[in-house]
Design a protein around this ligand. Structure first.
Ligand SMILES: Cc1ncc(COP(=O)(O)O)c(C=O)c1O
Length: 401
């Protein structure tokens, strides 16, 4: 086993060797521009792009013409939100989203608010789930779009997409979902869930960084959004710019592997995640699991280790690569907006660690990581005067009975 053990697969994943192998020829001998119409180099590249388009579509139940290649989920989210807002602005200016969204959605919404749009940010319950009744009530006659993520990137909680899609469809409102963390990990079907726009990213599913896609529904209803990058008219005019052929080939191969291996992989990774949880619970007291365990990605565990600052724990855990829930706002030391939204006390929010397991995670790595975390948390707690005082207080109380 090699150290450090990598348990930060929500941040990014290694490229699967099979994906790399598929990509390599497109850097060198098959280097054509997919838009070159007049020679074999261009045709070869275009053919590879169209194969990838089909592979992406198949994973999410879409048709190939509905896939628009982008530079990743950040761009896909921006294109979906700003593109829909620009296209439908005449019909109204209201968007519904949730407080636990990724910054790529929240910041795009903030930008739209500055341009005159109104945005409702739905709260979540203690488990991290939105209230469907509240969603229903939040949709107004001028609402144009509901944007709710599938899996949360910190706590792995899965929102009920099919129910959200049904509500949006009944009310004639577009439904966008940021599925960067869930595509390829759990089944997702754009028809069954009435999804109109869906963002995904290659580097979360063992593909390369800097490439992703936006699904844009073409029928029942045909969804029209305004492009945000103008130029040569690539991707049916929705996203200009020479296509990243090796990256797109990698995304396609990554999607194909997920489609074929997802169910077996989810079961195996889920078992390892449950083992990690069990080991931590056996080895430590005062643990808090953040987010629903029922509606959750199989590869995620988010734990608060009371009385230990996550930053101290991360510094001390040299041979296990994990991240704290508050990574985005570490400069301000503010607890993560997701954990705060769950109603977690600030101290507990500051003590949270996100574990993200992956395709190549082994049982040996999980046992090693659990042992290292347990021993480090115990050591840090022993060094904490506050923890010692609390413990003594509790012991005194126990002995008085
Ligand atoms: C839920 C979610 N949305 C969007 C993104 C951004 O994806 P990308 O890195 O492809 O821009 C991420 C990745 O951090 C994510 O986890």
């Amino acid at each position: 086993m090699k150290t450090p053990v990598y348990l930060d697969h929500h941040a990014t994943t290694p490229v699967d060797p099979r994906v790399l192998e598929a990509m390599l020829p497109f850097f060198t001998e098959k280097f054509g521009n997919a838009s070159s119409r007049h020679h074999a180099f261009g045709w070869e590249a275009e053919h590879a792009v169209e194969t990838a388009r089909r592979q992406v579509a198949e994973l999410i139940g879409a048709s190939p013409q509905e896939i628009v290649f982008t530079s990743g989920a950040t761009e896909s989210n921006n294109l979906a939100l700003k593109g829909a807002a620009a296209r439908f602005a005449g019909r109204g200016g209201h968007i519904v989203t949730a407080v636990t969204e990724h910054k790529a959605v929240l910041d795009a919404c903030h930008w739209l608010q500055q341009s005159g749009f109104e945005v409702t940010y739905l709260p979540v319950d203690r488990d991290g789930l939105i209230d469907l009744e509240l969603l229903r009530r939040s949709i107004r006659p001028d609402t144009i779009l509901v944007s709710i993520m599938h899996a949360n990137n910190e706590i792995g909680v899965l929102q009920p997409l099919a129910e959200i899609g049904r509500i949006a469809r009944e009310r004639g409102v577009l439904f966008h979902t940021d599925a960067a963390q869930s595509v390829g990990k759990v089944p997702i079907h754009v028809e069954q869930a009435h999804i109109d726009l869906l963002s995904l990213s290659a580097h979360k599913i063992y593909g390369p960084k800097g490439v992703g896609a936006l699904y844009v529904r073409r029928k029942n209803p045909r969804v029209e959004i305004a492009p945000q990058i103008h130029g040569g008219g690539h991707e049916r005019g929705l996203r200009s710019g020479t296509l990243n052929v090796p990256g797109i080939v990698g995304l396609g191969k990554a999607c194909e592997l997920c489609r074929l291996e997802m169910s077996e992989e989810a079961e195996r990774v889920g078992r390892l995640r449950d083992r990690l949880k069990q080991l931590l619970e056996q080895g430590l007291e005062d643990l808090h699991i953040n987010g629903s365990m029922k509606s959750r990605l199989p590869n995620n565990l988010n734990v608060s280790f009371a009385h230990v600052l996550a930053d101290s724990l991360l510094m001390a855990l040299r041979d296990v690569a994990v991240s704290s829930g508050s990574a985005c706002s570490s400069a301000t030391q503010a607890p993560s907006h997701v954990l705060q939204a769950l109603g977690l006390e600030p101290d507990l929010a500051r003590s949270s660690i996100r574990f993200g397991l992956g395709r190549f995670t082994t049982e040996e790595e999980i046992e090693f990581a659990a042992a290292r975390v347990i021993e480090t948390v115990k050591r840090l707690r022993e060094l904490s005067p506050l923890y010692q005082a609390l413990k003594e207080g509790r012991d005194l109380k126990t002995s008085a009975h």
